[in-house]
Design a protein around this ligand. Structure first.
Ligand SMILES: C=C(O[C@@H]1C=C(C(=O)O)C=C[C@H]1O)C(=O)O
Length: 448
């Protein structure tokens, strides 16, 4: 393995500073960059290939990441941050903030690849009514594409010392984990599912509601995001393994990828377990693909994405029927969507247009979000919200934050949810949430 890149003292100070505040800014920080006014000096340079396991080179526990297969971005430190209050305008406010940061920045990009130059990572709340969305420009990003081209980007507030390799803070596992119920116990959550089915059956207006539940893990030691990232990336290589401001996971669902005029998405909805044998696995897959209930649930999600994306495209292709997406823990129905934009739009503007899809909200959107607020008895915070990265030109890649946890010191809050339609069975949905918790549970409990 190549030498770890090490860390700079400033990164450590940044981390302590943000941890002192519980990772959450005070109200007076809202919409103000932490480097207040200092312009950023951004340099991207090619580096020798650090290898496929480049996530292991992040020098500090507070990691930023967006990685699929052996390609992606791994960041650390904080050069600038904006925290956005509740509001449907949080994506556009974030976009404006990034534009101002980029306009003021001194950028030299000798790499000129997707993800080089000035890049911010973001995690947005699911609900317009929730505070806590963030966009962070790290101090350093290690980037790698699928063919082993690699680069290092440093982003430094003017007048400060650029990040330099120095001692590496080795990752440590979280030790023994104990588990605690979240907002609802399992039986209470089954009751909520029953109530959603009743409302869908009796109201002609509500067709689908995605209901989620949370649970808590307590560890012996502070939980190091890097440990979870490397475990998740190894077990879920086809997913987007992500970390942003303590939100860590491996999501299979691509909300929007924007590259110049091209946009794409992978909508998921409809789930079945993996089989214990190949024959059982295939039988489950065949049943999923042929199930009227799962296809109905899927269609709402595919329609919601295509209905909201279409007005921004001059051409759009939607796969005519869902395909099977197999992960280590579950199998899904998935629909791929590709489009060409009609007018220039940033990735964040597109995220604003399509979120929340009926993969995580429901149909119709407003009634479903209202039912979620009433029935889940919790704030989803950034679970099921958009997570990803955006560059100075508005290109980027955003997933839906699923199969994930919010880290807070030695605690983690895990989330999982399921689409509920008229034909849903509460016990089967509870089992589905258990399967969807598994990626994070295993990542936390796995022995080194
Ligand atoms: C809501 C989640 O997943 C979503 C719901 C799915 C379903 O109901 O079948 C499938 C994939 C995701 O779109 C989750 O993982 O928490």
């Amino acid at each position: 393995m190549a030498q770890p890149l090490g860390q700079h003292r400033d990164d450590e100070q940044d981390r302590r500073h943000s941890e002192d505040r519980g990772g959450r800014p005070h109200a007076c920080d809202e919409q103000r960059p932490e480097n207040s006014g200092k312009r950023l000096v951004v340099r991207s340079v090619p580096i020798p290939d650090p290898g496929a396991r480049f996530l292991e080179q992040i020098p500090v526990p507070a990691a930023y990441a967006w990685v699929r297969q052996t390609a992606g971005l791994a960041g650390w430190g904080e050069a600038a941050r904006v925290t956005l209050p509740a509001g449907a305008d949080r994506f556009i406010t974030a976009e404006k903030w990034l534009r101002e940061v980029a306009d003021g920045a001194d950028i030299e990009d000798a790499v000129r690849r997707r993800g080089s130059g000035l890049v911010a990572f973001g995690a947005f709340t699911f609900d317009d009514a929730s505070d806590g969305s963030v966009l962070v420009v790290p101090r350093a990003i290690l980037g790698r594409d699928g063919t082993g081209n690699a680069w290092l980007t440093t982003m430094t507030p003017d007048g400060e010392e650029a990040w330099q390799p120095s001692p590496f803070d080795p990752p440590t596992g979280p030790g023994d984990i104990s588990w605690h119920d979240g907002s609802l116990s399992a039986p209470e959550w089954e009751q909520a599912v029953g109530e959603a089915v009743r409302r869908i059956t009796h109201s002609p207006d509500l067709r689908k509601v995605v209901l989620a539940r949370d649970m808590y893990a307590s560890a012996n030691r502070p939980i190091d995001a890097r440990v979870l990232l490397t475990r998740l990336a190894a077990r879920y290589p086809g997913c987007f393994t992500f970390a942003c401001d303590g939100m860590v996971g491996a999501t299979p669902e691509l909300l929007i990828r924007k590259d110049g005029w091209e946009v794409s998405s992978l909508v998921l909805a409809g789930t079945t377990p993996r089989g214990a044998t190949q024959a059982e696995d295939s039988a489950l897959a065949t049943a999923l693909l042929g199930s009227a209930k799962e296809n109905e649930e899927h269609q709402y999600a595919a329609d919601s994405l295509s209905d909201t994306l279409a007005p921004h495209c001059q051409a759009m292709y939607i796969a005519p029927r869902p395909e099977l997406i197999r992960l280590a823990n579950v199998q899904h129905l998935g629909t791929r969507v590709h489009g060409t934009l009609a007018t220039a739009k940033s990735a964040l503007a597109l995220v604003a247009a399509v979120h929340p899809t009926a993969a995580v909200g429901g149909t119709p959107t407003d009634a479903a979000v209202e039912a979620i607020r009433e029935l889940e008895s919790m704030d989803r915070e950034r679970y099921a919200g958009p997570v990803g990265w955006v560059d100075a030109n508005g290109n980027g890649e955003w997933g839906i934050a699923l199969r994930c946890a919010q880290l807070d010191g030695d605690r983690a809050r895990l989330f999982a949810g399921c689409g509920i339609v008229a034909g849903s069975d509460p016990a089967a949905e509870l089992a589905e949430t258990q399967a969807k918790f598994r990626p994070m549970r295993t990542a936390l409990e796995q022995a080194d």
